[in-house]
Write a protein that binds this ligand. Structure first.
Ligand code: DSN
Length: 432
């Protein structure tokens, strides 16, 4: 047999093999609190690492530009059917390589170059693709933006109505990357209709909650709904665009050939597996625990003296003001100090932040990944106390040493990917 088809990665490419092992070990031995990250199942990982990566399948099931697509059709059709079942949408396109491309395809479908859009300001929790000047959305369209109220730090729907009336957008974009509160899609739908706008809801962060009815669904109120598949939805890294049937043909044309060429069939296979998991009853139990854990973590951090933006959380994430007008440390310093004790978070601006985005006054924390490992409210209390102690005394070697030890003890209780890594081993098992 030709060695090309048989050699294990550890023999074929020791550098990359070791980096993969190191990454498995980093994920297993640390506390992952980045709100947009999660851990996929072994089944999803297996679906991704398959020979479907070899296959070109431009087009859609039953209408491809290449031969040999019969099995690609099976996985893409399964992914489409399962996505429709999860979200109750009329049409789903599972090909977007990422959330940004899922959004780009919608903008290409709904707008002409130069049209007016209205999206949530990035610094108030929105996303680059909702109209940031450096993104395609801000470059190709005229942008107005809305944000949160200074006092409540929650979306000001009356102000959104006013801005919509003033800017008369063709597309109103809602959804957020750093917004800890329930989004009132019904109200946003009314606002959009009152000014004749279509709506795109980007539910990348909350898709898993929407899937099981723990966050109101935007589907009845919006022409277009997009998501990534790798956050609360717990699938592979990728995107998904959904729409009403009347836009189906145009949306499909916008994804391919509009913004992409060949789909990543191995990733679509993994999306199908993850969507199948999301249809199991256990997925709702998981999402309920994500919410309970977020509440427990936010409460512990508040008890530890930190300010929780908007006073709490309704979803999987929280924004923590660690700077507190100079009484604490910057988001950048907090991210670094936590990294050093194997707690992974990202710095994040808070609404009306006085710090630059690369410094920021806050950190954004989320519970999807730790909940996947099996952690519950009592564990969140331990995690919250660790975080608060580091932020209170970021330079203390004593505190760092204690937290490092506590992190090691806690993570050892919740092993992950046992076929790829055994907790406590100094050497990871090769991710073959
Ligand atoms: N970068 C993602 C996040 O962290 O929320 C959004 O695209």
């Amino acid at each position: 047999m030709n060695n090309f088809f048989t050699a294990n990665i550890s023999d074929a490419d020791p550098l990359i093999s070791a980096a993969i092992d190191d990454e498995v070990r980093r994920q297993a031995d640390g506390l992952e609190l980045i709100a947009s990250e999660n851990f996929v199942s072994e089944a999803v990982l297996q679906a991704m690492g398959t020979a479907f990566t070899n296959k070109y399948a431009e087009g859609y099931p039953g209408k491809r530009y290449y031969g040999g697509c019969e099995f690609a059709d099976v996985v893409e059709q399964a992914a489409i059917d399962r996505a429709k079942q999860i979200f109750g949408c009329e049409h789903a396109n599972v090909q977007p390589h990422s959330g940004a491309q899922a959004n780009m395809a919608v903008l290409l479908t709904a707008l002409e170059h130069g049209d007016q859009i209205l999206g949530m300001n990035l610094s108030h929790g929105g996303h680059l693709t909702h109209g940031h000047p450096l993104n395609f959305s801000g470059i190709n369209y005229k942008v107005a933006d809305y944000g949160v109220d200074k006092e409540s730090e929650q979306i000001d729907y009356d102000e959104l109505q006013r801005i919509a009336e003033e800017s008369r957008p063709k597309l109103l974009i809602c959804g957020a990357s750093a917004y800890p509160r329930t989004i009132d899609f019904a109200r946003i739908g009314e606002i959009a209709r009152s000014v004749g706008a279509k709506i795109m809801a980007d539910i990348a962060h909350i898709a898993g909650l929407v899937a099981v009815g723990l966050h109101p669904s935007p589907i009845p109120h919006c022409e277009f709904v997009t998501t990534t598949t790798h956050k609360t939805l717990r699938g592979p890294r990728g995107g998904l665009s959904m729409c009403k049937e009347e836009f189906a043909k145009d949306l499909d044309r916008s994804v391919f050939p509009g913004v992409q060429g060949g789909p990543l069939v191995h990733v679509i296979a993994a999306k199908a597996v993850a969507f199948g998991e999301a249809l199991q009853p256990g997925f709702k139990t998981y999402q309920q625990q994500v919410l309970a854990n977020a509440k427990a973590l936010a409460q512990t951090l508040a008890d530890g003296g930190l300010r929780i933006v908007s006073g709490g959380t309704d979803n999987h994430l929280m924004l923590v003001d660690v700077y507190m007008d100079g009484k604490g440390i910057t988001g950048k310093a907090a991210e670094k100090a936590l990294d050093e004790v194997h707690i992974t978070v990202n710095k994040n601006t808070i609404p009306f932040d006085t710090q630059k985005p690369f410094v920021a006054s806050g950190v954004r924390l989320g519970t999807p990944a730790l909940t996947t490992r099996g952690m519950k409210e009592a564990d969140m209390k331990i995690v919250g106390e660790m975080i608060a102690s580091i932020i209170r005394e970021p330079e203390s070697e004593e505190v760092r040493a204690k937290v490092r030890k506590d992190v090691a003890e806690l993570t050892a209780k919740f092993p992950m990917y046992p076929n790829r890594y055994k907790s406590g081993q100094t050497e990871a098992i090769s991710a073959s």
